[in-house]
Design a protein around this ligand. Structure first.
Ligand code: ADP
Length: 416
């Protein structure tokens, strides 16, 4: 109720009372009117605004509570996502505080470095006593920039981890150390380096032979029929070796590339074996090596690419003819190994292969006797081409051999 209204009411009331009493009239209607007006005014000007204010405050409180709950939920969700990322990561993660104490280690790093839960809170040198990591952290602190290095882990399964130390802005002075497993990458790099070195070496030998034979011819030997013939034969032999090497390298790179597609069709093994043997019959006759076939007529067909299968067989039979002394025997056999696979083998009665060489025999350029292989026109790639082709057709390769008794190169193919 406004002050002016209140003063008006208060001053008008005694005058009205006196007038009524003078006239001898009842005071009740007046008093009733005053009371109801006062109650109405109180509700209008006091109670209603207070209630409205209270209601607004209540709504505000509700909104505040809701936004607080949402913020807490968001923070919890973010924390869950972060810890789930850290737990799922294959890379190891280590967090250090300003004093180089370990604050966090994710499960990948725990299992890679066999760290216990106690490392949390320990100094880096104590929790992870690896000089390489400590040195990288020291360098990153000194330079304020990321530092990278590698860590070799010995053991049953030796591994190589790339380590990257990243200084962080927040929390101030923290260091994030990330570990990646680069064992496989380094292994492939070393295979590639060896391969390039081997190819260069293999190419250099015939190229050098051709160059020096040509030079000798040009510097006078051309006029001497006896020596000229010898040098021309050197050139022919080495250019043939170069051709074979380039062909095998191209085959290998084609097979290893993603574009190489094996056309799997139902193939009758006996027919491909006959074709392979007849393409090598002149070489077998020349080396006085007998070739036989033992394949049952009931043999199921195989799911294969017949050109790839022929190349596999030619490489294996050719090796047997190449390495077996005159009078040896080579037998191509095939039998159903199970309901799902057919096993094909090339057995010979040749010199055999020492046991220590067997595990590496299918590697590129691996030879038991490099000199003999080169003399026989070998490139050292035949068996690795065999392995790639058989595996591309869904089979496996293997070898059993005993020095002095012969060798058995075998492979399997899915039967139809
Ligand atoms: P290469 O071109 O030298 O023959 P391969 O990859 O075909 O290359 O064979 C690798 C090596 O395996 C050969 O150098 C040889 O030492 C050995 N080898 C392969 N087949 C036979 C076999 N039937 N008997 C004896 N040694 C073999």
């Amino acid at each position: 109720m406004s002050a002016r209204l209140r003063i008006g009411l208060v001053s008008a009331l005694p005058t009205a009372l006196v007038a009524l009493l003078a006239r001898g009239e009842s005071l009740f209607p007046l008093l009733f009117g005053v009371a109801s007006t006062t109650a109405l005014a109180t509700w209008l000007f006091v109670e209603r605004p207070i209630r409205r204010r209270l209601l607004a405050l209540e709504t505000q409180r509700g909104e505040l509570f809701h936004s607080h709950t949402t913020t807490v939920e968001d923070l919890r969700r973010e924390r869950d996502v972060s810890s789930s990322i850290l737990e799922t990561m294959q890379e190891g993660v280590l967090l250090l505080n300003q004093q180089d104490q370990i604050v966090l280690v994710n499960p990948a790093l725990r299992s890679a470095l066999l760290l216990s839960a106690e490392v949390i809170g320990q100094a880096l040198q104590q929790g992870l006593p690896r000089a390489e990591v400590n040195e990288l952290v020291r360098q990153a602190r000194a330079s304020g920039k990321p530092e990278a290095g590698e860590l070799v882990i010995d053991g049953l399964k030796p591994r190589r981890l790339a380590v990257r130390v990243n200084p962080m802005q927040t929390p101030v002075g923290s260091m994030l150390v990330v570990f990646f497993d680069v064992t496989e990458i380094r292994r492939l790099e070393s295979i590639r380096r060896d391969f390039v070195a081997n190819v260069s070496h293999e190419l250099r030998t015939p190229v050098t032979a051709i160059c020096s034979a040509t030079e000798t011819l040009l510097s006078g030997a051309l006029g001497e029929p006896g020596s000229a013939m010898m040098f021309v034969q050197i050139i022919e032999r080495n250019s043939e070796r170069l051709r074979r090497l380039v062909e095998d390298l191209l085959d290998l790179s084609r097979i290893e590339s993603k574009e190489y597609k094996i056309e799997g069709r139902a193939v009758a093994v006996a027919a491909v074996v006959e074709r392979s043997i007849s393409s090598l019959s002149a070489r077998a006759r020349q080396g006085r090596v007998r070739t036989d076939v033992e394949i049952p007529s009931t043999l199921p067909e195989v799911l294969a690419d017949d050109r790839a299968l022929e190349q596999v067989l030619v490489n294996l039979i050719d090796n047997s003819i190449k390495y077996c002394p005159p009078g040896s025997r080579v037998v191509v056999k095939a039998k159903a190994e199970s309901d799902a696979f057919v096993r094909i083998s090339v057995d010979d009665s040749g010199p055999g292969i020492p046991e220590q060489d067997l595990p590496r025999l299918f590697e590129r350029f691996y030879r038991v006797d490099p000199g003999r292989s080169r003399d026989m026109g070998g490139t050292g790639l035949g068996l690795s081409i065999v392995k790639h082709l058989v595996e591309a057709m869904g089979g496996e390769v293997g070898v059993t051999s005993r020095v002095g008794f012969g060798s058995c190169f075998w492979f399997t193919l899915p039967s139809v």
